[in-house]
Every structure is written in structure tokens, then in C-alpha cells.
Design a protein around this ligand. Sequence first.
Ligand code: AMP
Ligand code: GLY
Length: 422
Amino acid sequence: MKLMVIGGGGREHAIIRKLRENPEITHIYALPGNGGIAADAVCIPVGARDIDGIVAFAQDNWIDFAVVAPDDPLVLGAVDALEKVGIPCFGPRANAAIIEGSKVFSKNLMKKYGIPTAKYEVFDNAEAALEYIENAPIPTVIKADGLALGKGVIIANTRDEARAAVKNIMEDKVFGASGNSIVIEEFLEGPEVSVLSFTDGKTMIPMVSSMDHKRALDGDCGLNTGGMGTVAPNPYYTADVAAECMEKIFLPTMEAMNSEGRTFKGCLYFGLMITKDGPKVIEYNCRFGDPETQVVLPLLESDLFTIMKAVSEERLGEVEVKFSSGAACCVVMASEGYPAKYDTGFEIKIPNDIDAEVFVAGAKLSDEKLLTSGGRVLGVVKTADTLAEAVDGAYRAVDKVSFDNAFCRRDIGARALAALKN
Ligand code: AMP
Ligand code: GLY
């Protein structure tokens, strides 16, 4: 069995590591993969947005199954293009990936089907948006409609910041066409929970919950990043919250997408905020989260490929999806300066006897050496019986990995551990 995984970050490394557990899989290709993924898959220099290149590679190499992991190729229709030439895939078609690709679409979907989310208004011209801001409650949240590398959300704490955000997005087009429309929404408060969920449009099976740490610096300070670390499970996601989410959010979303003729098959990511009025959707993603995947998949006890194939064949209800009762912690090691300017090209040293999993995000191979090539370089993941042990073990392993200019947050898991004590 020959598999192809589209993407080249830490998330894809975690997916590939898990897929390798299935003995029927003889080959895994990563397009494009990265220098660290090269230890677990054959990396092919085809970009994740190069849909024609992806389809050509799959056909030329008799690929049996494709996993499309990042948002860009999903929104661009990679699954549609692969299915057209007869290659089964894990991942939603473009008409369902729009749940992440357009915030206007997802907000309107939630309103139409009564799924709890922040109150909002949509604007397609700057003048009307600026007028609305004059009387909007502050803080307010401004979101570019389309994909913006995770940077399209601005929490404005003053009216001036809100005005500037509208101008940047709609007039200066800092996110290009993604800013042709914007959503201005109510600021919500409460702990955040990420829930990744397998769904084939008939069955919805949430994975173990997780908590991301989006800010660059300790104490949730500094700039927003792609994620500096994660823990699973998330202590705020209690059994009661989970039951409420299933009833009011997860199943209604699956059914809403079916009613719209946009059946979602793949991993649907629910970004939730547990407000005093109950859980609300902050965002949907049409894919596995990064770095949530790095803590969720190591806790999966069932076979990932069996689940992915069942999703693609709409038989998810027939397979077992079991998670361990333990915990996991992922600490991201990044290049100093990330998410702004940073230097790369430094050798990464990972001892062979490291007592943790390392998922590589931004590294390349050069003369058999692994060199940093990105902002987020790698994630160090430890699983254990308890969250405290997982966090402790992850940091002990982090201290054994080295490269020049490395930095990481030192408080991944601290908030979750404090919540467990209360
Ligand atoms: P997103 O890119 O949609 O994940 O948003 C980035 C982050 O902005 C989220 O993880 C939240 O922390 C925050 N955020 C987004 N929408 C809201 C909201 N309505 N109220 C408060 N915080 C929000
Ligand atoms: N960690 C957030 C995301 O994957 O969008």
C-alpha cells in the first residue's frame, strides 16, 4: 500500500509517524515533507499548493491513498482533483473546506443553524465597517474573511486599533483578497479548547481534547504564533462540556454541512471558547491542528490508517477510535525572533536516546546534517500517565535538544496544571 501525505510541518510528521504503525503500508511519500520527515517518509519536492504537481505525482507513482493535511490545498480543491483521477483521500472537498476558507461562510452557517458563536456583522466595504466601529463594544474582534496564515484575527482593545485593523485589511490589503470581506464580532471570554473530530458526514467522533498556546512568550505575552505548544487532554473540557458540545455544536455542524450539500469528510477542528453562557465556536478549521496533532495522535491507540480509510469510505461508524487515558505535552522549539524576523541554517542536535518523540517542522537536510529552516523548528512530545509527568518529561527532553538561536516557552501546560488543581 502506497500512501502520500501532503504538507511539510510538525503536524504532517506526527501523522506520518502514526501511519507508519500500520504494517500494510509499504511506502509513504511526503509532498514536500522536510528534513526531519525524511527519516520517516520519502520527501518529494512538490509544494503543497501545487495541485497539478500533486495529482501528477500520485498518478505516476500508483498512490493508493492520499492524506491532504494543510488548509491551502484543501481549500484549493486537492481532494477533488485527486478523487477525479480515482485516488481516495482523507480530507474534505473544496466545497466543505470553505468552512475554514471563508469566515463569512462559517459565521453565516452557524447563524442559520443556531450553532453557538460570537455575535457578528459582515462588511464588504471599509466605509460601512468604520462607521459600525464607532459604536461597537470594545474590545472588538476583526477577522479577514479568507485564509491569512493564522494572522487574520485582530483583537482590538481600543477604537483606534479597530479602525487601523479595518484599514489594514480592507484598504491596504495586507492579507490580499482574503480581506475583501471582514467579520466584526463580539469579544468572548473564557478558556479555549481545541477539539479535532473525525467525521464522514454520518458519524462524528471527537478525539481527545487539547489546549494550544498561541502567544510567543511565557504568560501568554508577545505576538500570536502558529502555536508554541500544546497539552492534551484539556482540563476545561469536562464530560459535561463535551456532552453539550456534541449536542449543540458537533452534530449540528455535521448536519448543517450535509443540508447545505457540502458533506464534510476528514478532520473537522472545533476551536471553542468555554464562556459563562456555555461553549461557543471561535473558529472551524478543515484539518488537523498544528501543534494539536502532535499531542492528540500519540494518544490514539487505534490504527490511524484504518480510521482514515473508513472516513473516506463513509464507514466511520464501523471502526474503533480509542484514545489512551494518559496525557501528552508538546513544547515547540523555535528560532529566536519568530514569529517576526529570525535567522536559520543552524545545525540541530537531537540525541539518539532522547526519551520523547520529536516532530520536525522547519528543518532541511544538508550533507546529512539537519539545519534549521523555519520559525517553528520542531516539537518535543512526551506522553505519560499524568499531565504533570508529561510536561516535566517534555521539558527534560527539550533540554537535550540544541541548536543556535533556539527558544521555547517555559510554561507550556502551566495553565492546564493549575486548572487541574482547582
Ligand atoms: P483564530 O485565528 O480564529 O484561531 O483566532 C485566533 C485567536 O483569537 C483565537 O484563538 C482566540 O484566542 C482569539 N479570538 C478569536 N475570536 C475571538 C472572539 N470572538 N473573542 C475573543 N477572542 C477571540
Ligand atoms: N493550532 C491552531 C491551528 O492549527 O489552527
